[in-house]
Design a protein around this ligand. Sequence first.
Ligand code: SAM
Length: 333
Amino acid sequence: MAVVRCRLAFGATLWVNSQSLSWLRQDPGARLIESSQFVAIPTWVRYIVPSLYDRPMLIPKKSLGQNFLQDDNIARKIVKNLHVQRGDHLVEIGPGHGALTRHLRELTDELTVIEIDRRAVEVLRERWGSSLRIVHADVLQVSLTDLRRTMGGRLRVVGNIPYYITSEIVFWLFDQRAYVSDATLMVQWEVARRFIALPKTKEYGILSVFAQYYTKPRLLFKVSRNSFYPRPNVDSALVQFTFKSTLEDGNEELFRRVVRATFGKRRKTLRNGLRCMGLDEPALKKLAFDLTQRPEDLTYQEFLRLTSLVEPLMNSGREVSERSDERYISSQT
Ligand code: SAM
């Protein structure tokens, strides 16, 4: 690969590839003051100067949420917090050019990475060849059932994930929880606080209820926005979700509908939200539940209890409409 030697204003001399050079040229913080001509550098040199691999190799694409981790101490700290054991099957979401991947690879061969950006896939292939399982795809289209078939065991997920699809990724995990033992994800600080928020706080919402229903979420540590390139406008945090092996009894699908319907009318009473599910006032009066509360007052266990009370009303509602459908059909024949 062609690389160029350049000197930065504070005196450091770096060898970087052509893409990184254009990145440095755009970055006023780097204060690039000199660069020499391109030279070809043999692969073996990059082996003995591994720091060349540490330099960002891709021009970040905002549309893909590319804020690359550039602080290797944070990368090490994330990986240390995974406590990787022999036999663990790891799946990394969005490896980019491998800031976490290289530390994960030191601990296990049982690693699959899922990356949408073809350029990043090329960088990873160049570095690890076929020894790294790379799925070049949109993570939301990947089936963990298929991955588990290849890898075996329950999967441990990790990633500095693209923030623009944080909720989608988390729900993608919840939906495939049978195959996941835990997920350790870098997310925006505000979002991290929502996962662990308690009822009656301003951060508490749909994400809190679902995260606490499906998992035990833990906020591990905060990460400064300065640890990324390009620097985002907000800080981040590492959150670990440990998936519950069994869920409390209840109609999961209806539970999800109740939570969404009531939070859809946030700051309104539960009564308002339930009305949107087609429950009328006489039906609501039958509920032995304080419907003057707001959704942000309820723990997920209380939502489960509400769901169990709503369920027979929904069923009888369905019976009513089925009976009237039957009447309609018989009147037509
Ligand atoms: N792990 C790298 C790091 O820490 O430097 C990159 C993190 S960057 C915040 C997010 C990564 O997710 C990028 O590499 C981006 O290309 C990738 N990505 C974005 N959308 C994706 C998607 N839908 N499926 C898979 N990867 C995606």
